[in-house]
Design a protein around this ligand. Structure first.
Ligand code: DQA
Length: 143
């Protein structure tokens, strides 16, 4: 299985950014662990702070990957364009969040993208990504 981990804005600062919410591990460190947890899968990682680059990446992988674990970060709450990109492709996309967005500010309770995703995982720290990969694996087995 080929899975893309796609991170949105400010997630390049994981490890130094608001550590009480997002922890002190960088995503590069975590990604190395994730690759070890799934030795039979091909995992790739892409991060961008730019909405259009996230959309282009979703388009780019639509025929070559089996699924995407997407943390659209703040764009989750605002981006109709990312929602439309998710709806436009056939591969399964799982929405993930490190924090439990529902315990936070009201503006984080709304997701523009959830309805286009297969499901949502939030609040498990970086482990949310592993759970996202597990979910894609299950979907693939059930095909
Ligand atoms: C986030 C939650 C978003 O509200 C926030 O804008 C982020 C990260 C999370 O992973 O908890 O940047 O997606």
């Amino acid at each position: 299985m080929k899975i893309l981990i796609l991170n949105g804005p400010n997630l390049n600062l994981l490890g130094t950014r608001e550590k009480t919410i997002y922890g002190s591990e960088s995503f590069d460190q975590y990604f190395e662990e994730l690759v070890r947890v799934f030795p039979d899968f091909t995992l790739e990682y892409f991060q961008s702070n730019i909405e259009g680059e996230i959309i282009n990446k979703i388009h780019e992988v639509r025929f070559t990957f089996d699924g995407i674990v997407l943390n659209a970060a703040a764009y989750t709450h605002t981006s109709v364009a990312i929602r439309d990109a998710i709806s436009a492709v056939d591969i399964p996309i799982i929405e993930v969040h490190i924090s439990n967005v529902h315990q936070r500010e009201a503006f984080r309770h709304t997701s523009m993208i959830s309805a286009s995703c297969v499901g949502v995982i939030a609040g498990f720290g970086l482990d949310s990504y592993r759970l996202g990969v597990e979910a894609l694996s299950k979907i693939n087995q059930d095909k």
